[in-house]
Design a protein around this ligand. Structure first.
Ligand SMILES: Cc1cc2nc3c(=O)[nH]c(=O)nc-3n(C[C@H](O)[C@H](O)[C@H](O)COP(=O)(O)O)c2cc1C
Ligand code: SF4
Length: 459
């Protein structure tokens, strides 16, 4: 999706909010959304990074803005920056643009179109941490590397950066952007998640910590410092302020990246008819909800570690963790996919589950053995006349795998699979009778093409 951003739906509002300086809702991907900004255009649009009142002023403004990480976990940024400011020696500051999730395109779009916002944010995070060393960790993509290397060189020529920025390539694996895997890669080892959950900031070496922030988080930081916390809060909700980049997979197969306020209705984003909402936790996918892009049976919220929701339910929900968490779903990194009514939800889930199983880093038995077993059971369930015990087996294995990995991968994968068992329960019943409601066999959710990943692909 790099550089091939389609126009968002619905169109983004342009211009600053009344009475306030700064860009409107199109904050990170301004204008037509597709033209990359060089340093001159960037400075014309936003001006130089002014003094933020020193480190304390910066931390206060970010805390007042309520900015949370946009890499998936929504952790408060001010708390991480404050921890980094107290860490000695100063941590290496990392902009995480790995975007290993195949259904997400927002970080690549941001890096391509607004690299200087990300680089500004990286400098601000480095200043908060008192660090002179920064890394931009990005996917293996020659064009993107060229573009980013050019942006870093432009800034060096202009003498505007205090911290030195190094570009580091992320392997094309689902887990490459997980914080401990990233740190392992930066330390010269394979990008495998660490065995033990790390307390506080992750360690590159025993003596050196890393402050890791998603690249979108850094871009928001660059705008908050310029336009202020009050401006940032003019979008979003009280508890989840600001905008976020969402990758939208519409029912007609088109994909776009849109910048949207947190709390916006999923119905508007995906063109769904917002009919009467079905009660939480209930309803199978059913025949679907009409949408501007064709009937939709279910919505995947939060990507491949996220959850399926019936379209009837999703149509009444906002893009906000406050509403999604009670349903076992989450905003995550903003991936939303409207599954058309003519696809088999079990087949889609089985294909993604196989991909997730192949992406296990193979370090923990329950994950390495359990996920392939669950993927195989899903493939069986998605086939004709599956064994009636398949669903119970899946639930049992889900219980055995959850919480048993060194990283979050098995838990996230199980969340995704369990939500499919709930939402596509009626479909599973049909399969048990030798039927399938899917009439279009084409895959809908993206998984990387080509040969399955191998053990050598981690660096
Ligand atoms: C399996 C997995 C994959 C992840 N991949 C990414 C990624 O590609 N990019 C990213 O920024 N964060 C990713 N994360 C989250 C990071 O571990 C980390 O929380 C994040 O980079 C911190 O930045 P933030 O606080 O600004 O969101 C991933 C987490 C998990 C569990
Ligand atoms: S839980 Fe799975 S993906 Fe995570 S480290 Fe262990 S084997 Fe690797």
């Amino acid at each position: 999706m790099t550089g091939s951003l389609t126009l968002p739906h619905p169109p983004m509002a342009a211009g600053p909010p009344p009475g306030l300086p700064g860009p409107g809702l199109a904050r990170l991907l301004p204008g037509s959304g597709a033209a990359p900004a060089d340093l001159r255009a960037h400075l014309t649009a936003h001006g130089p990074l002014g003094p933020a009142g020193g480190r304390d002023g910066l931390l206060r403004e970010v805390a007042a803005a309520g900015l949370t990480g946009r890499g998936g976990a929504a952790f408060p940024v001010a708390r991480k920056l404050a921890a980094a400011a107290q860490t000695r020696p100063a941590p290496v500051v990392v902009g995480n643009g790995a975007e290993g999730e195949p259904a997400s395109g927002k970080d690549r779009s941001l890096l391509w179109i607004s690299p200087h916002l990300v680089l500004d944010g990286l400098q601000l995070a480095a200043a908060a941490a008192g660090s002179a060393a920064a890394v931009l960790y990005v996917p293996r993509d020659e064009r993107l590397h060229g573009r980013l290397a050019g942006a870093i060189a432009e800034r060096a020529a202009a003498g505007i950066d205090a911290a030195h920025v190094e570009l580091v390539t992320a392997p094309g694996r689902f887990l490459a952007g997980e914080e401990s895997a990233l740190v392992s890669r930066l330390a010269g080892r394979p990008a495998l998640p660490a065995y033990r959950p790390v307390r506080g900031l992750p360690r590159l070496t025993p003596g050196r910590a890393a402050l890791v922030q998603n690249v979108e988080t850094l871009a928001h930081l660059a705008l908050i410092v310029r336009y202020g916390a009050a401006w940032f809060r003019t979008a979003g909700t009280e508890s989840e302020p600001g905008t976020m980049l969402a990758t939208l997979h519409l029912a007609d197969g088109r994909t776009s990246v849109a910048e949207v306020p947190l709390g916006v209705g999923l119905a508007g984003l995906l063109g769904l008819d917002a009919g009467p909402e079905c009660p939480p936790g209930a309803a199978p996918a059913g025949p679907g909800v009409p949408s501007a892009f064709g009937p939709v049976q279910a919505v995947l919220v939060g990507g491949y570690h996220g959850s399926w929701l019936p379209a009837t339910q999703a149509a009444g929900l906002p893009l906000a963790n406050a509403a999604l968490h009670p349903l076992g779903a989450m905003v995550g990194a903003g991936v939303l996919a409207a599954l058309p009514a003519d696809r088999c939800g079990l087949t889609e889930t089985a294909r993604v589950a196989r991909y997730l199983a192949l992406e296990s880093a193979g370090q923990c038995g329950p994950c390495f053995n359990g996920l392939p077993r669950m993927a195989a059971a899903l493939e069986h369930l998605a086939g004709p006349r599956p064994d009636r015990r398949a669903r119970a087996d899946l639930e049992r294995w889900a219980g055995l795998v959850t919480g048993r990995g060194a990283c979050h991968h098995p838990d996230g994968s199980v969340r995704f699979i369990r939500s499919a068992l709930r939402v596509f329960a009626a479909e599973a019943g049909l399969h048990e009778q030798g039927r399938c409601s899917g009439t279009d066999p084409r895959p809908f959710l993206p998984v990387p093409a080509g040969a399955p990943a191998t053990d050598e692909d981690w660096s």
